[in-house]
Design a protein around this ligand. Structure first.
Ligand code: ADP
Ligand code: MG
Length: 692
């Protein structure tokens, strides 16, 4: 093939060595063209600097070793098949152990195979690695002695079945190498120089054929930057398209607003005042507000929402408040009517299980504009809900909703203002990405009457003492909450665990009123229980995690959390915020039933601090972003190399770079390649952006 015929869209079947079988396997992995192949990056590299010799290993090291399998086979122990293999690199031996899938592994790992093995060194009659991650490597590769860097590609079963191994992959990449010349950059040289980035061409070449670790790092930085940039570009476009919508400025300082502020029953904190000012600035302007209000549990976000809602209504607009659970929607409803009744503003609740005629009445009143404020859950974004003049949307605990849902609701108003509220203190670098499309206000101050909640991790052996303590609190008129987690291990539902616990607790707490609340209950039942708890006719509320967000009962002074080791720290912190809302000294008791070194360290963080940001950081470090966010959102991050936690500097670079591009070229008219990639890879997020 002559130079001129090289095209990045050439099918990989034109590359030497790709027959029909391999072609099919590649296609099944979404690799069709040469550029698809070039965008398939190695998952690991082997060279002298990354490989450890067995004689130098230390306990708990996470390492890569390269060696040959000396012996291997299945061993039976207690009705269970275990696959074990001994690997040697000439300086010592390590045992590799698989407790699961022994028969399957047996077909993959054989004597005399050369493997690069990655994992954590443990000790059990000698060094061993449990369930190691490994790559089979070719016998002719000697990354320790040649000084070369060997790329290892991600090989799934599909590829392995078609005999696509590392050696073949590297060969194929060499075939594809001349095509790299055809790669165009998204950025001009000036931009690259300013951001200190290498060209895309060099980056792709070096990611597959690195000459040195420095080359490799430079290309990884460039490719990571691109990934961040496109996400930030999306955010910048979103911000700019929202700003481009013209809205009628609201007037601030109406009589109803004043009346409420004068009758709060407490003084707003300086933080609350500052946030209200931010919000007023936005809604008094002529583009739609798009603001995230972040503040720890109990800092008083609701009243900010109420005041903003009143301003909207005084400007003849309707308001929708969206909460993540029905219980929370109901609680908001009660907080809202307490103030809205004072100024004759009509307010309704919509939830999923409402009876039909009641719901229809509310829906038609909403459509006619007779209801000013409506509060609900996801039900609010259903097609059947229509507004007369929706001017403000408040989304509480917005990290629970995907970006896409937020978009759905925005489409319901002509150009409604959006106020999102969250108590999840997302670490700063993450917030830029995750909430990159919003302006941010933070409440970093608690109301003056708050006391620190005393937090103790206790072993279940001490439970009886704890129960006695709770009885004492109840005899002083206080109330308690007991929370049960989701039980995955025993396949029991969280409901079953809570119900079972409830029966046991009834025997412990004789002559004390206990109430059970869980997600599977009918709304009326839940409401009744919550009412009784609020009125202090129920002394102890036993609950599943439905109680996690937002419930506000100032008289509750003790929260006991069962199996606390199963929760994330952020979630525990949120749960803890259910108490300490009144003037009484409050306690959070974390019952630990399955103690591990890790769970101890984790839970101690909560004993030590009540700063939600510190807790979120720890949580993120220990669990990674996948678990930090709920599953709906994890799909949002389509990263190959990039990493939300450790790429702080790159993310900031990408954000300012993206903003510069969008400021100059809001529809990407002069950035055709960028636009194409955005449309190809990110089109599912385009509900509020218009660049076509
Ligand atoms: P969150 O920010 O977690 O949503 P809430 O808005 O539910 O917190 O507020 C918690 C409690 O604090 C409520 O009972 C609320 O009335 C009260 N509150 C809010 N602001 C203040 C304040 N400035 N001073 C005293 N209490 C306040
Ligand atoms: Mg709240």
């Amino acid at each position: 093939m002559s130079q001129t015929e090289y095209s990045l869209n050439t099918s990989i079947k034109n590359l030497k060595g790709v027959g029909p079988k391999k072609l099919q396997a590649f296609n099944n992995c979404s690799i069709f063209s040469v550029i698809d192949l070039l965008n398939y990056y190695p998952r690991r590299y082997l060279d002298r600097s990354t490989i450890k010799l067995i004689k130098d290993l230390k306990m708990h090291d996470s390492v890569t070793i390269v060696g040959t399998i000396e012996v291997c086979g299945i061993r039976r122990a207690k009705n269970r098949s275990i696959f074990e293999a001994i690997i040697s690199d000439g300086t010592g031996f390590v045992k590799l152990v698989w407790f699961n899938g022994a028969r399957y592994i047996k077909n993959l790992i054989k004597k005399d195979h050369r493997l690069a093995v990655h994992g954590k060194i443990e000790f059990f009659n000698g060094y061993q690695i449990l369930h190691p991650d490994y790559d089979k490597i070719d016998t002719d590769i000697d990354p320790i002695n040649t000084g070369s860097i060997v790329a290892l590609y991600p090989l799934n079963n599909e590829l392995k079945k078609a005999k696509i191994e590392h050696r073949f992959f590297r060969q194929l990449m060499r075939e594809a190498k001349p095509y790299i010349e055809k790669i165009y950059d998204y950025f001009d040289n000036q931009f690259l120089d300013k951001e200190e980035l290498i060209s895309l061409k060099s980056a792709i070449r070096n990611i597959h054929f690195p000459d040195s670790i420095i080359d490799l790092e430079l290309s990884i930085a460039r490719l990571k930057f691109d990934e961040h940039l496109f996400l930030q570009l999306l955010m910048a476009l979103r911000r700019s398209s929202i700003k481009r919508i013209n809205t009628k400025p609201f007037s601030i300082g109406g009589n109803k607003e004043k009346k409420i502020i004068n009758n709060l029953g407490f003084k707003l904190t300086n933080s609350q005042k500052r946030v209200i000012k931010d919000i007023n600035n936005d809604i008094a302007g002529n583009s739609a507000m798009n603001r995230l209000l972040q503040g720890d549990v109990g800092c008083g976000k609701t009243i900010v929402a109420i005041i903003t809602a009143v301003v909207a209504v005084e400007n003849n607009m309707q308001v929708a408040i969206m909460a993540p659970t029905e219980i929370l929607a109901y609680q908001h409803y009660k907080s809202f009517i307490k103030y809205l009744d004072m100024v004759q503003i009509s307010c309704a609740l919509i939830v999923g299980k409402q009876n039909k005629s009641e719901k229809e009445k509310i829906l038609s009143a909403l459509k006619d504009g007779k209801i000013n404020v409506v509060i609900g859950t996801h039900a609010l974004i259903q097609k059947t809900v229509n507004f007369n003049n929706l001017g403000l949307i408040v989304v509480d605990e917005q990290h629970r909703f995907g970006v896409i849902q937020r978009g759905n609701l925005l489409n319901k108003g002509v150009q409604p203002h959006l106020l999102a509220m969250t108590a999840t203190p997302i670490p700063r670098t993450m917030a830029i990405t995750y909430h990159g499309d919003m302006d941010l206000s933070i409440i970093d101050e608690m109301p003056k009457n708050r006391k620190k909640i005393i937090t103790k991790v206790v072993n279940d052996k001490r439970l009886l003492k704890v129960y006695d303590f709770m009885k004492d609190e109840i005899s002083c008129g206080r109330q308690c909450i007991i929370v049960y987690p989701l039980v995955e291990e025993t396949k029991k539902s969280d409901l079953a665990a809570a119900t079972e616990g409830f029966e046991k607790l009834k025997k412990v707490f004789k002559n004390i009123n206990l109430g059970l609340i869980h997600g599977k209950m009918k709304k009326l039942e839940k409401d009744a229980i919550m009412d009784q708890f609020v009125n202090n006719t129920i002394n102890i509320l036993v609950s599943t995690t439905v109680i996690e967000v937002g419930i506000d009962v100032p008289n509750a002074s003790v929260i006991l959390i069962e199996h606390s080791e199963r929760f994330g720290l952020t979630q525990l912190h949120q749960l803890r915020g259910r108490v300490g809302r009144g003037s009484a000294k409050s306690y959070c008791i974390l019952v630990e039933r399955k103690i591990t070194q890790n769970s101890k360290i984790r839970l101690e963080v909560l004993e030590k601090t009540s700063d939600g940001f510190i807790i979120a950081d720890e949580d993120l470090k220990m669990r990674g972003p996948g678990k930090f966010f709920s599953t709906e959102q994890s799909g949002f991050f389509k990263y190959k190399l990039a990493d939300m936690i450790n790429d702080g500097a790159l993310i900031r670079k990408a954000r300012s770079g993206a903003q510069r591009i969008v400021d100059k070229d809001p529809k990407l008219k002069n950035h055709e390649l960028m636009k194409q990639r955005l449309l190809n890879d990110y089109s599912q997020y385009f509900d509020t952006i218009n660049i076509t």
